[in-house]
Design a protein around this ligand. Structure first.
Ligand SMILES: NC(=O)c1ccc[n+]([C@@H]2O[C@H](COP(=O)([O-])OP(=O)(O)OC[C@H]3O[C@@H](n4cnc5c(N)ncnc54)[C@H](OP(=O)(O)O)[C@@H]3O)[C@@H](O)[C@H]2O)c1
Length: 259
């Protein structure tokens, strides 16, 4: 098999949580262009339908499921539904997550802390358990956890440390699960993006314009990433090209974490 052929995903099916918009959509498009059929998971049905309409142009089969991945019980039921309706799934991208709050720790309500932990961390546990676990008997599978550089460093000038905490824990979960599943043919890796210009960040910058400048000054490349720049990495981790890599955290941040 040539190097480029080892990136092909023909005959595989990928499930992307949060695949209707932002980084999840960009990665889903990359996976489809490489040959994978898709199951996209999100909450808002209109966004999912729009994403499906956009992605069927790749010629791949695209299914959608509306479920709140941040609420553990419906999330787990949704993961089972994906398997029962569209299984087997070969590639799982645990992409759902977010910060959503800017509150200092000393005033952060415990319920809000827990909500962010569930959104970023419990969601990945639940979908890895159900969908990733279903790959084990077949002896081949890929789990890709979308963490953040916020799992490696603290973000300057913004509260809500449940985000940093959950993403750091997601990196640790990635390594431990990778060790467990390495002998069984399922790799588990993490992507740690820096700042990308998706809707949540656009919202932050509207509310707090000084944040954009603070962030941009800290990026050696001097700019935010655009979502399409994440897709090749997702294809690499989803394919045979990455067959000897597991438990890794791949940082893609324009150099943010170098300083
Ligand atoms: N953008 C960045 O700069 C950046 C940097 C580092 C890490 N990340 C990580 O990358 C991931 C994607 O971020 P993004 O910026 O692309 O976010 P985004 O543009 O807001 O997209 C989030 C996606 O997830 C879905 N989603 C959100 N909450 C959900 C829930 N509770 N249940 C089901 N689906 C849900 C959204 O659809 P619905 O809203 O319709 O549910 C949408 O499809 C997150 O894990 C984030 O922490 C992003």
């Amino acid at each position: 098999m040539s190097v480029l052929e080892s990136f092909r995903l023909d005959g595989k099916r990928a499930c992307v949580t949060g695949g209707s918009r932002g980084l999840g959509f960009a990665m889903a498009r990359g996976l489809a262009e490489a040959g994978a059929d898709l199951v996209l998971v999100g909450r808002d049905l209109a966004s999912l339908e729009q994403a499906r309409d956009d992605l069927v142009a790749t010629g791949r089969q695209v299914e959608i499921l509306s479920v709140d991945v941040g609420s553990p019980e419906p999330s787990e039921a949704g993961a089972h539904r994906v398997l029962e309706t569209w299984g087997p799934i070969d590639i799982l991208v645990n992409n759902v997550g977010g910060r959503r709050i800017d509150v200092p720790t000393e005033t952060l309500a415990t319920v809000d802390w827990q909500r962010i932990i569930d959104l970023n961390l419990t969601s990945a546990f639940v979908w890895s358990k159900v969908v990733g676990g279903s790959m084990l008997p077949r002896g081949w599978g890929r789990v890709i956890n979308v963490a953040s550089i916020s799992g490696l460093v603290a973000n300057r000038g913004i509260g809500g440390r449940s985000y940093e905490t959950s993403k750091a824990a997601l990196l640790s979960f990635t390594r431990a699960l990778a060790a467990d599943w390495a002998p069984r043919g399922v790799t588990v890796n993490a992507i740690a993006p820096g700042g990308f210009l998706t809707e949540p960040n656009q919202r932050w910058f509207q509310e707090r314009p000084e944040l954009r400048e603070t962030f941009e000054q800290m990026i050696p490349m001097g700019r935010f990433g655009v979502p399409d720049e994440l897709a090749p990495l997702a294809v690499y981790l989803a394919s045979d090209a990455s067959r000897y890599m597991t438990g890794a955290t791949l940082v893609i941040d324009g150099g943010y974490t170098l300083w």
